[in-house]
Design a binder for this molecule. Structure first.
Ligand code: PBG
Length: 333
């Protein structure tokens, strides 16, 4: 026996040798029920428009949105997130179309709920940017400053309007101070005690939202940036304060957005608050994977699944992602 050969005390590679043992020790698993599918709505019937910067994603009229809802149910996806592309003539300074009970968002919500009831949840986005003529998420003064409290009050009207249309989850993505509490109180007072709130609690002023702004048609209109309300990507403690406030104001779930550049924030929120945490893999993150795959730089499905798994491993209970149907197909029910 040669005593000079040293052996590793532990061989972590042993369990990696075969698929069966890799399966046995896997710590994180994705399932279709982790996925929330964002959909873009347009006017008309049987209308489908491609979005150049979001390959494979389209804006759809309400009748086609219903087909996507049926597909989602079939795939085991639990929830749809709706975003309207408001016709230009209905956009104004104050985003008043947001509280029109007959707006695109409300019609789509009604249609999904009428047809599918509780087979699938509907999450509606609360923010004024798809409705304003200037593309900002709030009401602005003459100098272009976003007015916090005036905006919060408009968001309350928008949220009640969506709840009246049948929305299951109200998702404020605007980042005004105090809006979660104001919306929660208004829901209670307007007979919607069971309507849930998913707050975009830690939403960063990110460079990865561009394709989304094309999708809802606000990108070309936007003057300036959103740094006076969305968070500085440099900050982490501040995200904890945002999350703490939204929970204390009555949010059922909190969201971190974007996802991949903010995995540390997802991890911190999950560890410090132990509440359901959702992450939004945003349009630019989706587009990057698509662009890399198209350029031959990697396998699209493999990159997609690795990104989604990483977001879940970081602590997300669920993920809003444009990949939802493709990923759900791969995962099976
Ligand atoms: C705006 C809103 C944005 C997204 C969701 N809601 C963009 C923005 O803040 O400008 C981005 C989603 C994405 O990029 O996929 N209220």
């Amino acid at each position: 026996m040669n005593n000079n050969i040293s052996f590793p005390a532990t061989r972590l590679r042993r369990s990696r040798m075969n698929n069966w043992s890799r399966n046995m020790v896997r710590e994180t698993a994705l399932s279709p029920s982790d996925l929330i599918w964002p959909l873009f709505i347009i006017e008309g019937e049987n209308q489908r428009e491609d979005i150049g910067s979001l390959p494979g994603v389209s804006r759809m009229s309400v009748d086609l949105i219903l087909k996507s809802a049926a597909e989602a149910i079939d795939l085991g996806i639990n929830c749809l997130a709706l975003f309207p592309n408001t016709p230009p003539h209905l956009r104004d300074e104050n985003g008043s179309e947001a509280s029109n009970p007959d707006n695109l968002m409300c019609r789509a919500t009604h249609a999904i709920k009428d047809k599918f009831g509780n087979k699938i949840g509907v999450l509606t986005d609360v923010a004024l940017d798809p409705y304003t003529s200037h593309g900002q998420d709030g009401i602005i003064d003459k100098d272009g400053q976003i007015l916090n409290d005036e905006t919060a009050s408009a968001l309350v009207d928008q949220a009640i309007n969506q709840a009246n249309a049948g929305a299951d989850i109200i998702a404020p993505s605007d980042m005004m101070d105090g809006r979660i509490g104001a919306i929660r109180r208004a829901l209670e007072m307007n007979n919607h005690p069971n309507v849930q709130i998913m707050s975009y609690a830690a939403k960063y002023a990110s460079a990865f939202y561009g394709p989304f702004r094309d999708a809802v048609g606000s990108g070309g209109l936007l003057k300036g940036d959103k740094k006076s309300y969305q968070m500085d990507p440099a900050n982490s403690d501040e995200a904890m304060r945002e999350v703490a406030l939204d929970i204390s104001e009555g949010a059922d779930y909190v969201m971190v957005k974007p996802a991949l550049s903010y995995l540390d924030i997802i991890y911190r929120v999950k560890s410090e608050f132990a509440v359901p945490v959702f992450a939004y893999q945003v349009s630019g993150e989706f587009a990057m994977v698509e662009a890399a795959a198209k350029a031959g730089m990697g396998d699209r499905d493999a990159m997609m699944m690795e990104n989604l798994l990483s977001i879940k491993r970081a602590g997300a209970n669920g993920i809003l992602t444009y990949f939802a149907p493709q990923a759900a197909k791969i995962l099976g029910k």
